[in-house]
Ligand binder design. Sequence first.
Ligand code: DP6
Length: 336
Amino acid sequence: MFPVMLKEFFLKNKFMKATAIAPSNIALIKYWGKKDEKLRLPANSSISINLSGLKTITTVEFSPKYEKDEVIIDQKENAKEGKRVSQHLDRIRKLAKISLRAKVISKNNFPKSSGLASSASGFAALTLAGAQAAGLNLSQKELTVLARLGSGSACRSIPDGFVEWRQGKDSQSSYAYSLFPTDYWDLSIITTLVESGEKKVSTSSGHQLAKTSHFFKTRLKKINDKIVLLKNFIKEKNFLAFGELVEKEALEMHAIMLTSTPSLIYWQPATIEVLKYIQNLREAGLPVYGTIDAGPHLYIICERKNEKELINKLKKVEAIKKVIINRPAPGARLVS
Ligand code: DP6
């Protein structure tokens, strides 16, 4: 063992292991397309809600007993994911001025790489646990900047409740903060799982295609107005206007995906079936709206008072294999 590593270990031993839990989040205004790939600066600001039912718990331990980083996600080692995690640990090591390798054990309570945003909760939990284990003392804003470098949407899983990620002009100005606290608005977000399997095009590769769509420029021209409107609808708790905007925004992002070269279709037939089903529910008087990330599963949003009725209706839809009930949730937390 190198003397410098020994010193690090003995000096910082008490900080060298930490565990954090982080929620996934669902974007209301989507992050799709980057203006800087390496720094993960998004083409536009985005807004999301943290989800209480979809979480990742991660333990990071830096120690001289590890010769290389060991990364276990959902009880498996995977070279590609391990590399991305190790690159994130390098960012943490650089900030903390340490060179120790680490063991990372991470568990999701939902299927990863299926469009349920495991990279958001995963990199948020990894950032918080890693920073703590390395003895870093970062502000929440700094944690969001660090998480963003691992996976863009992860920065929105650090603050509580309803979160905005400001696109920024450089790394320090591209951060996330809480717009409204967790208990601001009694919403239910129902994740409906349909048949999927692991997705073929990762979100990170998908982002690169956004600019090949002719519609992308038009989207960016109008997005700031949309963000102002959405914030107002949340502030006023105007559910109908909020829901209309959120559903249209999801379809707009998917229109960019569909019209990219090559075309990206994350939907399955069941996605359309569930979307049409909830549009029919709406016509019949139940105020529910849907949004979809880079996967086939619909997230249905309603006010809490309508949750029970919605769940009962969804039981009749064969295409839905499972539902997960989410409420707005706090952001990443350390676990003792
Ligand atoms: C469709 O954050 O997964 O869910 O920064 O490359 O890791 P990387 O991408 P990621 O993209 C999320 C895209 C989205 C929309 C959103 O969450 O805003």
